[in-house]
Design a protein around this ligand. Structure first.
Ligand SMILES: NC(=O)C1=CN([C@@H]2O[C@H](COP(=O)(O)OP(=O)(O)OC[C@H]3O[C@@H](n4cnc5c(N)ncnc54)[C@H](OP(=O)(O)O)[C@@H]3O)[C@@H](O)[C@H]2O)C=CC1
Ligand SMILES: CC(=O)[C@](C)(O)C(=O)O
Ligand SMILES: [Mg+2]
Ligand SMILES: [Mg+2]
Length: 336
């Protein structure tokens, strides 16, 4: 391995002792950062907009809540964890006026800094700590005593201590239990967008959907199609997560393993990989970012249309009924 990996034993968190971290927002990432940092012994304030529906939830979790303006004024580190498309306006209006010299501005994803939509002043530290997983799972793995890998990057080091602060923060949210490494805003932004679009979210859901539809359209029972093409994905992926491909293939039958080698390349073809290359190019040259921001600025017409289509899909309806009969499935984590 060539990357320098940081684990709990390598990270000194004393740099954040006596400092205040403001977490702006209380959504998927923010609630996990706020609660994990607090449980790791850091001082935290949650910054929320006026009338925020999340105020009660944050307070119920034992967190102190302030306005975004006051949280920025008070804090040494301001972590901006509201949706990427919303960040520039909130930054300009409620954060920038109070972001005085010596503070640190932090992100969970490099999108707005990398694409030049937020330009922080020279006299503050600017860093990112990006956990490699969904916020609700960041909280769950932390409370389970486990961790989620994370990557950090320093864009501006006004204090000369930005790297140490970023590493302490990464440890505070539990990432150094699993492994943390250094990146740049460019590398984090491009790899994150590529991963979520091609593999984790876009790739996986469309693979499942196509498999489910193929079985149902051929006359097989939707419940069987759901178990076969969706539910079991987790069980197979858990084995890959724990033991890699070879470990997973050790657990499946020879029949399945043979079919894996014969059929896998018929599904994910050389053309699929070539398209992944074009997807990466659209991310690198800003084509994807432009399309996302345009849709957001028009009130997300494309996104809403897609959400509407999927809401009525059999895989979602059958899935809900079947999951409702499985009390062991942890639905609690998604309540925030
Ligand atoms: N989702 C994830 O797991 C991951 C996200 N990230 C990054 O983390 C950041 C946050 O993403 P995510 O957690 O998904 O965000 P969410 O969509 O979960 O954020 C919701 C929160 O943002 C607040 N909010 C929304 N709009 C505004 C606004 N205009 N002004 C003030 N507050 C607002 C909401 O406030 P209210 O409570 O008042 O409604 C709510 O608390 C992004 O940069 C994202 O790329 C990085 C890694 C993974
Ligand atoms: C959860 C995560 O890592 C993502 C997919 O990159 C995101 O939600 O942006
Ligand atoms: Mg992402
Ligand atoms: Mg990600």
């Amino acid at each position: 391995m060539s990357a320098k990996m940081y684990y709990d034993k390598d990270v000194d968190t004393s740099i954040l002792e006596g400092k205040l971290v403001a977490i702006i927002g209380y959504g998927s990432q923010a609630h996990a950062h706020a609660q994990n940092l607090r449980d790791s012994g850091f001082n935290v304030v949650v910054g929320l907009r006026e009338g925020s529906a999340s105020r009660a939830k944050a307070e119920q979790a034992g967190l102190r809540v302030a306005s975004i303006e006051d949280a920025t004024k008070e804090a040494d580190v301001v972590m901006l964890l509201i949706p990427d498309e919303q960040q520039p306006a909130t930054y300009e209006k409620s954060i920038a006026p109070h972001l005085t010299a010596g503070k640190a501005l932090a992100f969970g994803h490099g999108f707005n800094v990398h694409f030049g939509r937020i330009k922080p002043p020279q006299d503050v530290d600017v860093f990112l700590v990006a956990p490699k997983g969904p916020g609700h799972m960041l909280r769950r793995v932390y409370t389970d005593g486990a961790g989620m890998p994370g990557i950090f990057a320093v864009q501006q080091d006004a204090s000369g201590k930005a790297r140490d602060i970023a590493l302490a923060y990464a440890r505070g949210i539990g990432c150094a239990r699993a492994g943390v490494l250094e990146t740049t805003f460019k590398e984090e932004t491009e790899t994150d967008l590529f991963g979520e679009q091609s593999v984790l979210c876009g790739g996986v859901t469309h693979l499942i959907q196509a498999g489910f539809e193929t079985l149902v359209e051929a006359g097989y029972q939707p419940e069987i199609a759901y178990f076969e093409t969706l539910h079991e994905v987790k069980l197979i992926v858990d084995l890959i997560y724990e033991k890699g491909f070879e470990g997973m293939r050790h657990s499946i039958s020879n029949t399945a393993e043979f079919g894996d080698y014969v059929t896998g390349p018929r599904i994910i073809t050389a053309e699929t990989k070539a398209e992944m290359g074009r997807v990466l190019k659209d991310i690198q040259d800003g084509t994807f970012a432009k399309r996302f921001i345009q849709d957001a600025e028009s009130g997300f017409p494309y996104m809403e249309e897609q959400r509407g289509k999927m809401r009525g899909h059999t895989v979602e309806k059958v899935g809900k009924e079947l999951r409702d009969q499985m009390p062991f499935i942890n639905k609690k984590a998604l309540e925030v």
